[in-house]
Design a protein around this ligand. Sequence first.
Ligand code: PEP
Ligand code: MN
Length: 332
Amino acid sequence: MILVLRSPQLLPAVIEVSTRLGLSYRVSSSQNGEQFLEINSDGSPLSPAFIGTELGAFGQVLGLQSKTPLLDRLPNDFSVSVSVPGAEPVIFQRWSQNPVWIAGPCSLDNAEMLRKNAAVLQGLGVRVLRGGAIKPRTSPHDYQGVGREGFRWLADIAHEFQMAAVSEALSEDDVEAALEYLDIVQVGARNMQNFALLKKLGLGQKPILLKRAPGATLLEWASAAEYILASGNSRVILCERGVRGLERELRYTLDLAGVAWMQTRFALPIVVDPSHATGTKQILGACAAAALALPAAGIMLETHPHPVEARSDALQALDMAEFAALTAKVSK
Ligand code: PEP
Ligand code: MN
């Protein structure tokens, strides 16, 4: 459970009571400066109700039932604002009438290709440039990416075109560089429950794009976000990228009903990624249009000036003309 302190001066007294009750705790503070204790009562013989009564005098006790007390108290109009040097900030908000477009290659290849990609994307209203520097690949023999130095040149090129940069931090070792250079740090689907990574990213204040694991339930996805909030960072954007269902014709199953439900239950903005969800170019427009009808907070698509040369996910990448046609059609 979480105890949000009425005043920081109460901290020593709360620690004394928690210690007396044999509870383990961790002190954190949120973005707006509130101090809170995460109380772990799992191994305690005391009931949550009793602990709640003992600590209630010190502030608000959350999460006696809910596993997502910090998500539960986000305001209804919660939004994540991403600053972009020399341009308007990019705003991600639930049910937004101005969905954010995120596009770019699956993996970063070289600066020239990325610049070509970015120049077209900027003209089409894309506000966030994506590109994987360190790639989570199913096979260790597949292309693994350019490495962490890619964060810097992705950001440089994104900023040159007044866009924000998003890329994936694959492990805890990548967090420092990711927080330094990127505007948004992506947690990939395979890492959704890498709790050490989530906790470390939560110690920073950069927005986090948290992808749903293909086998995760909606509440497991929400709990992963709660980890980031519990470390002190509430700037979380969720991303639906398909779950593993019974279908084999498509890469995964795009769970738009799950997105609709999450957006009624939690205030976090959700971006939909039809590229990884379907792996099928012909239906990306239909899926993007359906996501915009929810409406989702944004759409993420993979693009490449020469898809045949893409070093990963070449088959699902839209070339620039295809991407332009898609945006024109779904924005009508
Ligand atoms: C990606 O967006 O580059 C990616 C690897 O996606 P996912 O983690 O959803 O598979
Ligand atoms: Mn990809």
